[in-house]
Design a protein around this ligand. Structure first.
Ligand code: HSE
Length: 438
């Protein structure tokens, strides 16, 4: 029986899941693949404090060098997260001819170009299925399943923590903080949960999806990012009463040679498939020119679902490397089949240039003519109103509220309207703007 030797760097939530899955399902994987996966070394700075189960049978180390320096290890698994030293470890592993598997979306979003270029040069593989949407095999879908398509749109719920929080706020009326505490306790959140709630984690995943879907290499400035921190029960109420569900979406769309990339809360109609994605589940909707609409669903965070994705990379890379015929031309063909990326000449469209429908909530001073002032300004900027609802929040304090749903409009026109409305002095607080994703 063929054997492939593995080394693991990082024994956190997902790393522990990988060890557990290899122990629990190793025999089954062996039967299915004909390959025995031997986890030889585990490196983690806190390995001495590990108490979840006995680590008998592995060579343990506090230093990643133990894995990197071991020529027997064919696949190095990096699961420490963050930029450094993860980047250095991955580059060193590649330089030493090891295939690498990672779930580090932040690293790939920023340094993917460097890592893939070196891997191509050396002739090794980089597996990263676990980096986007946990267990959902969306990387394979874009690389293999939909390879014949021009991808027009990718829209997904790709952060389990924020989807969990929004679900609890919607279904149980929970406030934001306790919902976040629950998501953190369940092991869904990043070590720094601001990455989740401020939308950065979703933006990292969108950058990876955009590279595969559209052949672009976005930098942080090319992705418009808004998180969920400011959302409250007033937003949830509007969504519920108006037939929408509030979700944090990552959206990539290509039109006329331009790619728009954005992460923000969005009102999704209750009938849309993404509306029924609850708790830590993720889903990615992909539209190709030939395939038309497709959607992929599963647990986007958590120890074992992400470990499942990491193991899928390990298995795939091992199978391919064992079938590698070792001739130079054969090796090239193998590499090109799987991991070569294509680059388009598409440009990025800034968020001000997008078109969408908008929900706008204006907390107004209840004064004569306020509604007229507001709707006139929107009209002057070419923003057409589909529905408007005005109400008194507190009559004794002259506090009112105007909620508006627009028809599709240019974002810059909506924002200019809001600025002009703010300057009239009729607002008590800043307006709320939430995009509608049909
Ligand atoms: N913090 C991430 C999430 C983990 O909540 O989706 C999976 O990438």
């Amino acid at each position: 029986m063929a054997q492939v030797t593995l080394g693991l760097i990082g024994l956190g939530t997902v790393g522990t899941g990988v060890v557990r899955l290899l122990r629990e399902n190793g025999d089954l994987i062996e039967k299915k693949t004909g390959i025995r996966f031997r986890l030889k070394r585990i490196a983690d700075r806190g390995i001495r404090e590990f108490r979840e189960f006995a680590l008998d049978g592995y060579e343990l180390s506090e230093s990643a060098d133990a894995v990197l320096d071991d020529p027997e290890i064919e696949i190095a698994i990096e699961l420490i997260g963050g930029y450094e030293p993860a980047r250095t470890y991955l580059l060193q592993a590649i330089e030493r001819g090891k295939h690498v598997v990672t779930a580090n979306k932040a690293l790939l979003a920023r340094f993917g170009g460097e890592i893939f270029a070196l891997a191509d040069q050396v002739g090794v593989e980089v597996g990263f299925e676990g980096s986007v949407a946990g267990t959902v095999p969306i990387i394979r879908v874009l690389q293999d399943g939909l390879a014949a398509n021009r991808i027009e749109k990718v829209a997904g719920i790709v952060n389990g923590t924020t989807n969990y929080i929004l679900t609890k706020m919607t279904e149980e009326g929970l406030d934001y903080e306790p919902a976040l505490a629950q998501a953190t306790a369940a092991g869904f959140a990043e070590a720094d949960p601001t990455l989740d709630v401020d939308g950065e984690d979703a933006a990292h995943k969108l950058a990876i999806l955009a590279t595969l879907a559209f052949g672009v290499r976005p930098e942080a400035k090319d992705i418009h990012v808004e998180g969920i921190r400011g959302l409250g029960q007033e937003d949830i109420r509007f969504a519920r009463e108006s037939g929408y569900v509030l979700k944090l979406l990552a959206i990539g769309r290509k039109t006329n040679g331009h790619v728009e990339l954005r992460v923000h809360p969005a009102l999704v109609p209750k009938t849309h498939p993404l509306a029924s994605v609850r708790n830590e589940f993720n889903a990615v909707f992909v539209r190709g020119d030939a395939s038309r609409e497709t959607m992929y669903y599963g647990r986007g965070a958590g120890q074992m679902p992400t470990a499942s994705a990491v193991l899928s990379d390990i298995i795939e890379i091992a199978e391919r490397s064992l079938h590698d015929c070792r001739r130079p031309e054969c090796r090239a063909a193998v590499r090109a089949r799987k991991r070569s990326l294509y680059w388009s000449s598409d440009r990025f469209r800034p968020v001000d240039g997008i078109r969408s429908r908008y929900y706008l909530r204006f907390p107004i001073v209840d004064a004569p003519g306020a509604i007229g002032t507001l709707t006139t300004i929107l009209g002057r900027h070419g923003v057409s109103i589909a529905a408007v609802h005005a109400s008194i929040v507190d009559a004794s304090a002259n506090k009112g509220r105007i909620e508006i749903l627009t028809h599709e409009a240019l974002e810059s026109a909506v924002k200019e309207s809001c600025l002009e409305i703010g300057r009239t002095g009729i607002l008590r607080e800043k307006e709320r703007l939430i995009r509608v994703e049909e």
